[in-house]
Ligand binder design. Structure first.
Ligand SMILES: N[C@@H](CCC(=O)N[C@@H](CS)C(=O)NCC(=O)O)C(=O)O
Length: 224
């Protein structure tokens, strides 16, 4: 198997989905640091230098969005993090990623899409307006609305985890990849919110997986 090429940055949640999927699969990769908004010392809004690469003609030829992540797997180019995770699971370990079953695949896929819409957006705004932006760019109203939206969405996650051990059933699946990133960030952000006992139990389960080490570092999530 050739070494997969990945463009992204460790502080990007979408890149983290791919890092976690690769760790679950034990696949080796070469990472090219790439971003228009973040560099090794933080966000450009705070005067830091971005990694770049994403605005070069070479990169735009493989990903016209100029976003991260992108992979090149032996000449097969793919962007959109959830599609990348699904591709990696299908090609390397369908049993682990979705029990090699189409209903488990779509159920997990549903949670991946839901996590992007309902958890990623408010969390992204919350982190920007409480951590990543300099003080003068922070909007307390946006931070507060995002916090409320997050609390609502996390209650839905807690409800599901009260019915099943993992997000798409009683076995771990690719649906737990975005959920791992979101629950880890949720815990690191330590937002004052009603108790979520099933999320607490789930957090212990996901932290005990060896692949968790690939995305565990708090600096990957709440620094910037
Ligand atoms: N839907 C896309 C979103 C990609 C995306 O917006 N990535 C962010 C990082 S999480 C990005 O490219 N940010 C700008 C940058 O770092 O240059 C995916 O899932 O891959």
């Amino acid at each position: 198997m050739t070494k997969l090429k990945l463009w992204g940055r460790p502080s990007s949640a979408h890149t983290q989905l791919v890092l976690l999927a690769l760790a679950e699969l034990g696949r080796d990769y070469d990472l090219t640091l790439a971003s228009a908004t973040m560099g090794s010392t933080g966000h450009v809004a705070k005067g830091n230098k971005a990694f770049g690469v994403v605005d070069t003609p070479e990169y735009l030829a493989i990903n016209p969005n100029g976003t991260i992540p992108t992979i090149d797997d032996d000449g097969f180019i793919l962007w959109e993090s959830n599609a990348i995770v699904q591709y990696l699971g299908m090609s390397c370990d369908p049993e682990l990623f979705y029990g090699n079953d189409h209903k488990t695949f779509v159920s997990a896929s549903r949670w991946m899409i839901w996590a992007d819409n309902e958890l990623m957006r408010p969390m992204h705004h919350y982190v920007k307006h409480t951590i990543r932006f300099p003080d003068e760019m922070r909007d307390a109203a946006v931070a507060s609305q995002s916090r409320e939206a997050l609390i609502k969405a996390m209650a839905i996650v807690d409800g599901q985890l009260g019915k099943t051990s993992y997000i798409a059933g009683d076995s771990w699946s690719m649906g737990d990849i975005p959920m791992t990133i979101r629950v880890h960030r949720w815990k690191l952000l330590a937002i004052d919110a009603p108790a979520l006992p099933n999320v607490e139990r789930y957090y212990e389960q996901i932290k005990s997986r060896p692949a968790f080490d690939s995305i565990a570092d708090p600096n990957m999530h709440i620094a910037g």
